[in-house]
Design a protein around this ligand. Structure first.
Ligand SMILES: NC(=O)c1ccc[n+]([C@@H]2O[C@H](COP(=O)([O-])OP(=O)(O)OC[C@H]3O[C@@H](n4cnc5c(N)ncnc54)[C@H](OP(=O)(O)O)[C@@H]3O)[C@@H](O)[C@H]2O)c1
Length: 250
């Protein structure tokens, strides 16, 4: 597991070990909000990360590219550094980590896994998510090409959920058709080996159908006046939730 918050990582590892004592799990603390420029020794932040990955004892049998951040904001007000950060954190880790790991996966005798986490916003437009949606469309297309190249040897799949309850979408948002993280994971796991894309839950199959209709696009435009207000409300709820409870030892 790779993330920034070491306390949270340690806690998750402990939880997994308690449930599955045989599991060979480890973590690396790393911040993907970093530029990949070489230092004076020609090393990049990612090459240091790759060295840590290679030093792990566990055999790498797959990769789940889950990291993602979201800022919802009317596009014309979005600061350039927020745009930069979203593109950097949502796209580059999947590309560089998969590139590093794929030769190891191809050497394995049994099938391996590349699971990328996309998003419904990467398939259909929505106010306030132009940049986020663009990064997720990148992940979808990236997965499709990997699947066409390596699908025979590796299960390659993109999970494309709509609202899932999490830090990104706290309970206070009350977004219709939300599912739990468990439902998302279970729905995705069922599809591995059968498809290279999944919405993971019937509710999100339905969202994906509705959101692509011209009627939906017209409705969104009619509600234009409320968009700024709604976007501001969602961002406020998310910030409040994240500042209170980024990590609870529950
Ligand atoms: N929730 C939804 O409604 C929804 C819908 C569609 C798609 N998705 C996608 O699902 C994936 C998971 O999101 P989530 O909903 O579970 O949100 P989340 O609870 O905010 O989880 C984001 C994860 O990314 C890690 N992370 C964030 N920034 C990082 C950075 N700079 N460097 C390293 N790790 C970083 C976080 O760990 P640390 O904080 O410890 O770094 C955390 O593990 C994302 O790709 C998201 O776009 C979510």
């Amino acid at each position: 597991m790779i993330a920034r918050n070491e306390k949270k990582l340690k806690h998750r590892i402990k939880e997994i070990k308690e449930k599955h004592p045989q599991a060979n799990v480890d973590y690396i603390q790393f911040d993907f909000d970093t530029y990949n420029y070489p230092d004076e020794n020609g090393q990049t932040q990612y090459s240091k990360l790759f060295q840590k990955i290679d030093s792990l004892e566990a055999e790498i049998v797959g990769i789940v590219n889950n990291v993602g951040i979201l800022t919802i904001q009317p596009y014309e007000f979005m600061p350039h550094e927020v745009i930069d950060r979203m593109i950097k954190v949502n796209c580059l880790p999947a590309v560089h980590l998969t590139r590093h790991i794929i030769p190891k996966l191809l050497k394995r005798k049994s099938k391996s896994l590349i699971l990328n986490i996309g998003a419904g916003f990467g398939e259909h437009g929505f106010p306030g998510v132009a940049v986020y949606g663009g990064t997720k469309a990148f992940i979808h297309s990236f997965t499709e090409s990997l699947s066409s190249q390596y699908g025979g040897e590796i299960d390659v799949i993109c999970s494309v959920p709509s609202p899932v309850e999490s830090n990104m979408n706290p309970p206070g948002m009350k977004i219709p058709f939300s599912i739990t993280a468990r439902q998302h994971v279970e729905g995705t796991l069922k599809e591995i080996g059968y498809a290279d894309q999944t919405y993971a839950h019937l509710k999100h199959d339905i969202i994906s159908l509705i959101a692509k209709t011209p009627l939906f696009a017209r409705e969104l435009r009619k509600r234009q006046a409320n968009h700024e207000e709604e976007i501001a409300k969602y961002e406020r709820i998310r910030k409040e939730y994240q500042s209170k409870s980024t990590f609870k030892e529950d």
